[in-house]
Write a protein that binds this ligand. Structure first.
Ligand code: PGA
Length: 270
């Protein structure tokens, strides 16, 4: 896993947005996997700025969101569809027909989850999946104990997640108990993953994810099995990592390679 440590949340948003924008420019018809929550907001804001000021074009992009609460109408201010609409989609030129968020009001939820998987497949699979992380190490709503091979399905939220998400609702009793979520297996099939984390509350989960053992108790740790994951995190979220110096060295070598400064890497000196 590539680990990039930025000084603060703003730096994470800036770096992640450049990562996404570079893919959109290289492959205008790419498929992006998107996440909700507080963490990716800085990334979306920077992408919106790049759309408005630098002509970053989303007209051919297809998007799939990770998850949605069961039972909330898309127009409900706490639904993830509404979140995406307000914080990203309505500010860019994505085709509304290509911006997918799971439908938490589907009549047959089991059949709908399978359909969502098929829609991803028909779009050609996800090129880049953006991920936040829960304090308990969940990705999407894959709570501790989720199968690491899981597919899109219904999931009961843990008490911790309900408490964390209550800040967006009037009170905790209004937070839905069930969600539709892409599975860990679905996420692992994305060609690339971009894991974002900011703040001290994520430090323990980030340590377990990057330096801990692979376990269904920390579903983000399954990303260690993926061949192309970049974690962009801030200093606070990186606080518990033990190999920070090495991650910084890797980044330095990477940028020297990208800039063609081979001699500084000892290449071609003999
Ligand atoms: P957050 O949520 O970005 O609001 O911290 C992350 C998550 O629970 O996946």
């Amino acid at each position: 896993m590539r680990v990039i440590i930025e000084s603060d949340a703003q730096g994470v948003g800036w770096r992640a947005a450049r990562f996404v924008a570079s893919l959109v420019r290289r492959k205008p018809g790419c498929v992006l996997g998107l996440a909700t929550g507080g963490t990716p907001l800085g990334t979306y804001n920077e992408l919106i700025r790049m759309h408005q000021q630098e002509s970053l074009d989303f007209s051919q992009v297809t998007t799939f969101n990770l998850d949605e609460y069961v039972g909330l109408d898309p127009a409900h201010p706490q639904s993830y569809r509404y979140f995406m609409q307000e914080n990203f989609f309505r500010h860019i030129n994505v085709d509304p027909g290509k911006a997918h968020v799971p439908d938490g009001r589907a009549k047959d939820l089991g059949a709908y989850c399978q359909e969502y998987e098929q829609m991803i497949e028909h779009a050609g699979g996800i090129d880049l999946q953006i991920l936040g992380i829960g304090r308990d190490g969940h990705i999407a709503f894959n709570e501790p104990g989720s199968s690491l091979g899981s597919r899109t399905r219904l999931k009961s939220l843990t008490g911790e997640t309900i408490t964390d998400n209550a800040r967006f609702f009037e009170d905790e009793s209004q937070v839905p108990r069930l969600a539709i979520t892409m599975g860990v297996g679905t996420i692992l099939e994305s060609r690339q993953c971009l894991l974002l984390a900011t703040g001290t509350s994520k430090a323990r989960a980030i340590r377990s994810t990057i330096e801990g053992s692979i376990t269904a108790q920390v579903t983000a740790s399954a990303l260690q099995l993926h061949r192309d994951v970049t974690a962009v995190i801030d200093e606070e979220a990186a606080a518990w990592l033990t190999r920070r110096e090495y991650y910084a060295e890797v980044e330095e070598a990477q940028s020297l390679l990208e800039n063609g400064e081979f001699s500084r890497l000892g290449i071609g000196n003999q």
